[in-house]
Design a binder for this molecule. Structure first.
Ligand code: PLP
Length: 370
């Protein structure tokens, strides 16, 4: 991985905001254990930076999607429980067991194949997935559930029946019909089933809006902790959260232009007389959508529009006046009296916040601040 430590472009992660948002989840749910989803490079925020922020915020466990994300966290010295929420090839069962990583299981064949590669001396923590209507992973009947649990309990040298989960397809909308349909399925499928130490069904929407209807002893959240209101303020005003992510850079080149000169590829923008044009070292190669042409970045507390096509590594902004090289350019965050939120930024790009942030490349350095 190549990281641009020498250039001014960076993502900032606010420790203060992460701690605040985790406390909001704790307050809304009374959860004993909060698992934070750090999959996909922590929604693009930065896996290790968010892992560290999570530890300091008192998070109790981490959810990831793939084995390497879990191993990277263990290598960085993070000792808290880690759950892989996706399906890992059972040939890695022994590696997961040795690293104390919890595996998610949806069928009997997985357990049989895992057992075949395990030495029977280190036990693997098992999280049983129940499909209540997401139609992604998980068992769909009580018979299958019984079968899985019996198998796990019948192989105590290999497996520990540690957790059971389901995942909601819709928990952050004003219409709760599908949420209640899935909840009823959950109650039907788990009725009379022996429950393990961890029962976790709440993502952000379920945790923040439905805590009184569901088990919240353990919750599994991402969105709210990253500072994004799951319903965009529709179900609950967004002001209970603090924004976590900042994106900034600095001017590396500034020049005054005559009128009528084309800027960047395809000349989609033409200068006016005396216009000051600044160049910023960030581009679509860093994951910026090219739809962000015309977005107003903030420089010295004033908005400056991105002009011309965004190139792979650089973009140009139209400056209100001459501004020195080295001046900070804020894409997401506060600058002077102005603020660009992640939501403003992603709305301008015409993309969901998580499509925008998971696109932010690893070559952008990340910094944990406050
Ligand atoms: C990503 C993910 C979460 C977190 O979801 P948010 O809506 O961001 O809180 C929870 N559970 C699973 C299985 C996930 O994949």
């Amino acid at each position: 991985m190549v990281v641009g430590y020498s250039r001014p472009t960076k993502i900032t992660i606010s420790q203060h905001a992460v701690t605040h948002n985790v406390n909001e989840v704790r307050q809304a749910t009374g959860a004993r254990m909060i698992f934070l989803a750090l999959k996909a490079n922590a929604y693009g925020y930065g896996l290790l930076e968010m892992g560290q922020a999570a530890e300091r915020a008192g998070v109790d466990g981490i959810g990831v999607a793939i084995l390497e994300e879990a191993l990277a966290l263990r290598e960085a010295g993070i000792a808290m429980p880690i759950l892989i929420m996706g399906i890992v090839d059972p040939k890695y069962a022994q590696v997961m067991a040795e690293n104390n990583i919890m595996a998610t299981v949806s069928d009997l064949a997985w357990l049989e194949q895992a057992q075949a590669v395990m030495d029977g001396r280190t036990r693997l923590l098992i999280n049983v997935a129940v499909d209540t209507g997401m139609t992604r992973i998980g068992v769909r009947s009580q018979e299958a559930l019984h079968e899985l649990i019996d198998y796990i309990k019948g192989a105590p040298d290999y497996f520990v029946y540690q957790a059971i989960m389901t995942h909601f397809a819709e928990s952050d909308s004003l219409n709760n019909d599908y949420f209640h349909y899935q909840l009823a399925n959950w109650e039907r499928l788990t009725a009379g089933i022996e429950l393990p130490p961890m029962v976790h069904i709440a993502n952000s929407g379920a945790a923040m809006y439905h805590a009184d209807e569901i088990p919240t002893d353990v919750v599994r959240v991402g969105t709210v902790v990253y500072g994004v209101e799951p319903s965009r303020g529709q179900v609950r005003p967004a002001n209970y959260l603090e924004p976590v992510l900042g994106l900034e850079s600095a001017l590396v080149y500034v020049k005054q232009m005559p009128a009528g000169v084309g800027v960047s590829y395809s000349h989609t923008y033409t200068t006016h007389a005396g216009e000051w044009i600044g160049t910023v070292p960030i581009g679509y190669g860093d994951g910026l959508s090219r739809n962000l042409q015309d977005f107003g970045v903030i420089i010295n507390g004033q908005r400056a529009r991105i002009v011309g096509q965004i190139a792979m590594d650089q973009l140009m902004v139209s400056l209100p006046e001459e501004v020195p090289v080295g001046t900070k350019v804020t894409f997401i965050g506060k600058n002077g009296g102005l603020e660009n939120t992640l939501e403003d930024f992603s709305d301008h790009a015409g993309l969901a916040p998580w499509v925008v942030t998971t696109s932010l490349q690893e070559r952008i350095k990340r910094e944990l601040v406050d």
